[in-house]
Design a protein around this ligand. Structure first.
Ligand code: GDP
Ligand code: MG
Length: 178
């Protein structure tokens, strides 16, 4: 794990995994910059962004966010990407059952090969597209519960639950003993 610094200032590597097009980059952009660009195409370049949040108990958490450029599609490269990650955010699109199946693959992969004690969140994104929904909320809840993960549905487009996602992750991080 890459949690560093003192008890009040936690630093952690966060990776996003999930099918191309589910909205990983948009979630990051919404969280870090408060923006949504509807014209953005599927990410072509890798990117690295960081964002710090303060919790109620005055702990600060600095997320070092690794957004993939699709390296996760090459199974052999994925471990390089999630190595040392203290948090994995596994994203699917609620309008795409295929992306939900792929999310389950990533959960298993991280359970086998991720850092010990990695905090995993399952995220059903594009929750604004209710009329096109094909994965039920209950499907997400059940799968997350079976795997001891935090679950939330988000919309990078409307900003719904984006800050909550990162706050809930922050609360679940192991606190280094001082
Ligand atoms: P990535 O490949 O997982 O990084 O996906 P992107 O973040 O590049 O998003 C892929 C497409 O989905 C883009 O056209 C976005 O505009 C769109 N998108 C992302 N998040 C949402 C969302 O919450 N709602 C809707 N309606 N579209 C979204
Ligand atoms: Mg992307």
């Amino acid at each position: 794990n890459s949690e560093g610094a003192d008890a009040k200032n936690i630093r952690v590597k966060l990776v996003l995994l999930g099918d191309s097009g589910v909205g990983k980059s948009c979630i990051v952009l919404r969280f870090v910059r408060g923006q949504f660009d509807p014209t953005s195409k599927v990410t072509v370049g890798a990117s690295f962004l960081s964002q710090t949040i303060a919790l109620q108990d005055s702990t600060t958490v600095k997320f070092e966010i690794w957004d993939t450029a699709g390296q996760e599609r090459y199974a052999a490269l994925a471990p390089l990407y999630y190595r040392g990650a203290g948090v994995a955010v596994i994203v699917y699109d609620i309008t795409s059952p295929e992306s939900f199946t792929k999310a389950q693959y990533w959960v298993k992969e991280l359970q086998k090969h991720g850092s010990a004690g990695i905090v995993m969140a399952l995220v059903g994104n594009k929750a604004d597209l209710q009329e096109k929904r094909e994965v039920t909320v209950q499907d997400g809840i059940d799968y997350a519960e079976e795997n001891g993960m935090f679950f939330i549905e988000t919309s990078a487009k409307t900003a719904d639950n984006i800050n909550q996602l990162f706050e809930e992750i922050a609360k679940r991080l192991p606190r280094p003993s001082s």
